[in-house]
Design a protein around this ligand. Structure first.
Ligand SMILES: Nc1ncnc2c1ncn2[C@@H]1O[C@H](COP(=O)(O)OP(=O)(O)O)[C@@H](O)[C@H]1O
Ligand SMILES: O=P(O)(O)OC[C@H](O)CO
Length: 498
């Protein structure tokens, strides 16, 4: 009887359970969206209870669709939207507040106060991150400061913190009845609280941020058996945890220093493997943990995080009603030859890499009466490609590595117009692999590796193959002119929020 590895991918907009065979092919899957809660401008929340309910439902759905049961699954891996912060009661499992999502900007004031002493890069040498609303530490601090009784309960060890990986692992392994309270090095590296050298929580930063150590999960490698699942997957080892962007690195088999990928989802995230070296960024990138398999040394990465890419297409659909599905943006953009002179800079959550400007807000510039909805759709797609060029430039600057091609994945890579324009604006080929579900695949690989379903990374590499390559067709002068226009447009977003 064939055996399979399962992955739970808890993303910003939806939760999936995917089941893979030994060749890395998807055997069956199920997926469900969850509610995006916007209580105020700049605030974004999810219901942790809904996320756990959706997780159980997609596990059931995937097993049913494949006609499988827990006994067919060798291990399950978890991958997740990173940074999103949950604080809950360890006796009841009830969250003390909604999950505060990575895009949420409510901690702006906390970040400014922390930056008043030592600047935005105050903790960068230790944690690889600038002070920004993106990361979990300030979000935990906000909950402890604003939810009555939360701080006292955290100090007493009654309420605990986790990113979504930790929350789901805790529930999967029993919840209040013995659930394990753990995270992995990749997720921990997004909290601003983990020291990249020691791979442990940093007491000095915990003290400054006012976060009690006893509420934090134990930091573990990304591939090992953390516990045994209960419920639908009863008896299956929970054996992999990776932040979703790091999981995509594993799914894309970027195991050698110098290998990179870009994932285009709600936002886009480009990572470059830097091996066991911690490479500091001077160009606005993040230094982060890429993965740690078992007791091997941790592998690090440079990351260019872009907050809004696919989410801008959703905005065109949901807020303007110009399209009824995300895929329709391509046909709308193809009604016109070019962007008609406009640029759309989607600084909806401020700007992440390489700027880290929380005072920025979105702009559409260059408007004339000539511009129509086709141009707007085109500018929406182009925004993704220009933002990607910015982080790629920063990456080459910081690492000294000149990329000769870019491996891509995520929901937007089925848009041919965008991918061709991406290759044109970067001036390097863009490559989509056969299995583009790299995030789930990476989590399944991490879990399968821990239980010997895959014996080493060479087996994973052998599963990777090219589906499509887009080669640059734009002349150098046009590329430079268009990109100059983008850079100018970006400056128009600055200094908006006072
Ligand atoms: N054909 C398409 N063209 C442009 N954008 C698309 C297309 N299909 C999906 N998207 C965008 O991709 C995103 C979904 O990708 P996915 O990888 O599932 O994201 P996430 O994991 O962040 O939820 C959405 O923001 C959606 O608007
Ligand atoms: O859920 P995604 O795919 O939008 O990824 C979100 C990132 O992990 C945020 O850092």
């Amino acid at each position: 009887m064939a055996k399979y590895a399962a992955a739970i991918d808890q993303g910003t907009t939806s939760t999936r359970c995917m089941i893979f065979d030994h060749s890395g092919n998807v055997v069956c899957y199920d997926q469900k969206e969850h509610e995006q809660i916007y209580p105020r401008p700049g605030w974004v929340e999810h219901s942790p209870d809904e996320i756990w309910e959706r997780t159980q439902s997609v596990i059931r759905g995937a097993l049913n669709k494949g006609g499988l049961s827990a006994s067919d699954i060798v291990a399950v891996g978890i991958t997740n939207q990173r940074e999103t912060t949950v604080v809950w009661n360890r006796k009841t499992g009830r969250p003390v507040y909604n999950a505060i999502v990575w895009q949420d900007t409510r901690t702006d004031q906390i970040c400014n106060e922390l930056a008043a002493d030592g600047g935005q890069d105050r903790f960068r040498a230790k944690v690889g991150l600038p002070l920004a609303t993106y990361f979990s530490g300030p979000k935990i601090r906000w909950i402890l400061d604003n939810v009555p009784g939360a701080r006292e309960a955290a100090e007493a060890g009654d309420v605990i913190f986790g990113n979504i990986d930790t929350f789901l692992t805790w529930w999967l392994t029993g919840g209040p009845d013995g659930g394990v309270h753990v995270t992995d090095v990749t997720n921990a590296s997004r909290t601003m609280l983990m020291n990249l050298e020691t791979l442990d929580w940093d007491d000095e930063i915990l003290g400054i941020m006012g976060i009690p150590r006893q509420m934090l999960p134990k930091i573990m490698p990304s591939s090992m058996v953390y516990g045994t699942a209960t419920g639908e997957l009863a008896g299956v080892p929970v054996a992999g945890i990776l932040g979703d962007q790091q999981a995509a690195m594993v799914g894309q088999t970027c195991f050698d220093p110098g290998e990179a990928k870009n994932t285009y989802g709600t936002g886009s995230f480009m990572l470059l493997n830097t091996g066991t070296k911690i490479v500091p960024s001077t160009s606005g990138l993040l230094t982060t943990v890429c993965y740690q398999f078992g007791n091997q040394p941790a592998v690090y990465a440079l990351e260019g995080s872009i907050a809004i890419t696919g989410a801008l297409v959703q905005w065109l659909r949901d807020n303007l009603g110009l399209i009824t599905s995300s895929a329709e943006v391509e046909a709308l953009a193809n009604l016109v030859e070019d962007n008609g002179g406009i640029y759309f800079v989607p600084a909806f959550s401020g700007l992440f890499a390489p700027y880290w400007r929380s005072d920025a807000r979105g702009v559409i510039v260059g408007l004339t009466r000539y511009v129509n909805k086709g141009h707007l759709a085109r500018a929406v797609l182009e925004a993704t490609a220009y933002q990607t060029r910015e982080v790629l430039d920063a990456m080459e600057q910081d690492s000294g590595v000149k990329l000769t091609a870019l491996k891509v994945d995520g929901g937007m890579v089925y848009n041919n117009t965008l991918m061709q324009f991406q290759a044109d604006i970067l001036g390097v080929p863009v490559i989509r692999p056969k299995v583009a579900e790299t995030t789930s695949l990476g989590a399944a690989y991490a879990a399968g590796l821990a239980v010997g379903f895959w014996s080493n990374t060479d087996e994973m590499r052998a599963n990777w193959g090219v589906d499509h390559t887009w080669t640059p067709q734009m002349d150098e002068e046009t590329r430079a002119r268009l990109y100059r226009g983008w850079k100018k447009a970006v400056t128009r977003t600055f200094d908006w929020v006072e």
